[in-house]
Design a protein around this ligand. Structure first.
Ligand code: ADP
Length: 167
């Protein structure tokens, strides 16, 4: 039977850190479901449709990666997909406490639930979507930190915002 894991996240926007986890996840699992969480408590820079397109563009035509999205609880989505294995990345000790709580809460809600953590590559440990959004907003150079299609989308978004602010 094919091994499958869900890699959930906000991906607002996808970064090279996310891609590193996806690529390394493909060495462990036959298939990955990259699942965009629609969190009503977080105001996203990119819409769900934009994040889907950015992820697909960054991952390419790799048939072992499915891009999907979900509302509500991850455990309910995992049950619906009949996939109790979740892949998460760990960047630093600061990620650990939250991830540890999340993994245990999810296991309480869904006893079969298993979280697999991958350490980030040393080139990517300092990259977060939030920092990428902030640096992009002020025109900093993000090449090498996000895939080229994400770089173009950030330029388009902030170029348009700057133009309309100047108008
Ligand atoms: P969330 O809002 O669920 O944290 P993110 O899109 O920020 O969504 O992150 C999704 C997953 O990817 C999380 O497990 C996070 O730890 C991991 N991740 C994010 N950035 C990196 C990175 N630079 N290296 C490794 N893992 C990362």
């Amino acid at each position: 039977m094919a091994s499958v894991a869900i890699y959930p996240g906000s991906f607002d926007p996808p970064t090279n850190g996310h891609l590193s986890i996806i690529n390394r996840g493909l060495a462990l699992f036959d298939q990955l479901i990259v699942a965009i969480a629609n969190n009503p408590n977080k105001r996203a820079l990119f819409s769900e449709a934009e994040r889907r397109a950015l992820l697909r563009g960054a991952v390419g035509a790799e048939p072992r990666v499915e891009i999907d999205s979900f509302d509500g609880l991850l455990v309910d989505y995992a049950k619906r997909r009949h996939c109790p294995v979740i892949l998460r990345g760990l960047r630093a000790v600061s990620d650990f406490e939250y991830e540890f709580q999340l993994a245990n809460m999810n296991r309480k809600l869904y006893p079969d639930f298993e979280t697999v953590f991958m350490m980030t590559g040393e080139d990517y440990f300092y990259i977060s979507s939030q920092l990428v959004r902030e640096v992009a907003q002020f025109g900093g150079d993000l090449s090498g930190l996000v895939p080229p299609n994400v770089l173009a989308a950030l330029h388009a978004k902030h170029g348009a915002a700057a133009r309309s602010a100047g108008a």
